[in-house]
Design a protein around this ligand. Structure first.
Ligand SMILES: [Zn+2]
Length: 257
């Protein structure tokens, strides 16, 4: 490698975000596919009218795709919230996933007061953040930056806890939307109703309840046992995110906004 390439490589490291705060796109696509599958046709049509032919799954990845666009820097803190271990959520006016979700939900309920472009952005944010909310480390502890500073060995390579939950287990266990849809089809109707009850803070707390399992690794290594134990947790969270997103979209687009 010549000197110029080395400098270019060094610049890439310098310019890359230090920490990740996103389900891999697989996680977003699975959640959004589950939501789409559960929607009525009129709600699908009403929401799709804002996406200009882009499907839900791709629209759900938009918030990660625009990370290098400085026009949207204000959205960077909105992928997550940190609540330290043993503490409870305290309402604030800061930028975080809870405030942003509440903001876009309110906006879309009153969409006639906003431009089509503003509503399109709000919908893409909603499609994205409902998936992020269900990744426990997006609502985890600030002390380790949602697991980003917890270095771990995963399948023989260096990784970190956040990345393991964002994408590594999904890829390693080959979790697909079809698997999750099959699992969710075995849920009883009352189970689905209970999951779908609209309660953004309750959903955050449900997600945080899995932090015990998330931190249940040993010796800085992600073992096969850990992956086997947590694959169903991730599937459950992806399904819950999808069902709850579907409930929100039905509530929003099932009525005139
Ligand atoms: Zn995100």
């Amino acid at each position: 490698m010549n000197g110029i390439n080395l400098i270019a490589l060094g610049m890439m490291f310098l310019l890359s975000p230090l920490f990740s705060f996103a389900w891999g796109c697989e996680g977003h696509k699975i959640t959004d596919a589950i939501a789409y599958n559960h929607l009525s046709q009129p709600v699908k049509d009403s929401a799709a009218a804002y996406l200009d032919g882009v499907n839900f799954e791709d629209a759900g990845c938009w918030m990660d795709e625009i990370r290098s666009n400085h026009d949207f820097d204000y959205l960077k803190p909105c992928h997550y919230i940190n609540v330290e271990k043993g503490e409870s959520y305290k309402p604030s006016t800061g930028d975080n996933i809870i405030n942003e979700l509440n903001k876009v939900i309110s906006q879309l309920k009153e969409r006639s007061k906003h431009s089509k472009e503003e509503n399109a952005i709000a919908l893409k944010i909603l499609l994205h953040l409902m998936a992020d909310l269900h990744q426990p480390l997006h609502v985890g502890y600030g002390i380790d930056k949602g697991g980003n500073t917890v270095e771990l060995s995963f399948a023989g390579h260096n990784s970190n806890l956040h990345k393991v939950w964002d994408s590594e287990i999904i890829r390693q266990s080959k979790i697909t939307a079809a698997d999750c849809l099959r699992i969710s089809s075995s849920y009883f109707p009352n189970e689905i109703s209970s999951i779908e009850k609209i309660d953004v803070l309750g959903w955050m707390n449900d997600s945080r309840s899995h932090l015990v399992e998330v931190y249940g690794f040993a010796d800085g290594t992600v073992s096969e046992t850990y992956i086997t134990k947590n694959t169903p947790v991730i599937e459950k969270q992806l399904i819950a995110g999808g069902l709850r997103l579907s409930a929100l979209l039905s509530e929003i687009f099932g009525k005139k906004g």
